[in-house]
Design a protein around this ligand. Structure first.
Ligand code: NI
Length: 201
């Protein structure tokens, strides 16, 4: 075997290494370890939580095992989107499970500084008797919202008050607490949501 052969093969080996590297890079959705997208099975949305309900009692995610949770994050001072979405959830559930025997609608505030238990009680009552309103301390709420990939931030309003910008997504979690699916609240009406809830629960 000639000692020159490896030199001749060097450009070929380099090209092969580049092609292979390119495919590995593509397959890993970018540079390994940097913003890599992992997509195996169910996406990791949600997680255990312990918060305070509208009656001031501790409520944990484990308390809802055996029932589906229909979860929405928002805040009671929201001028339009939150009440519209909660009404949509209430309307859909009135058609599918009006007593909340199988599906519990849960409103989690992302504005715990103003949304006390008492305020949540008065607020959620308007959307249906089966609604659960959850609040907590700022840190815990931040953790739960993060587990659901819910984004929120304060924005100042004229007069010294503030509003909240926030993701607006309705989550469906299974009787085991695991993520089943979600809806963009602006893209679905009560009839369609009711139909999909019938199919998925
Ligand atoms: Ni809102």
């Amino acid at each position: 075997m000639s000692r020159r052969l490896p030199l001749v093969l060097l450009p070929v080996a380099l090209i092969m290494a580049l092609v292979l590297g390119y495919y590995i890079w593509q397959a890993s959705d970018g540079l390994p370890g940097l913003g890599r997208v992992v997509s195996e099975g169910t996406p990791s949305i949600g997680g255990p939580f312990t918060l305070i309900d509208q009656d001031g009692r501790k409520r944990s995610s484990a308390d809802f095992r055996g029932r589906y949770m229909l979860i929405y994050f928002g805040y009671s001072y929201c001028p339009d989107v939150c009440p519209t979405t909660l009404a949509l959830m209430g309307d859909a559930l009135a058609k599918v499970d009006p007593k909340g025997a199988r599906i519990v609608p849960i409103f989690i505030t992302i504005d715990p500084e103003r949304d006390t238990s008492a305020r949540m009680k008065a607020y959620v009552r308007a959307f249906g008797p089966q609604f659960v309103g959850l609040t907590g301390d700022v840190k815990t709420i931040g953790k739960v919202a993060g587990d659901y990939r819910v984004y929120f931030t304060k924005h100042p309003l004229d007069g010294g008050n503030y509003g909240m910008d926030h993701s607006s997504v309705i989550f469906l979690m299974g009787p085991d607490g695991k993520f089943i699916g979600y809806w963009d609240d602006t893209a679905i009406g009560p009839d369609k949501l009711a139909q999909e809830l019938r199919e998925k629960t």
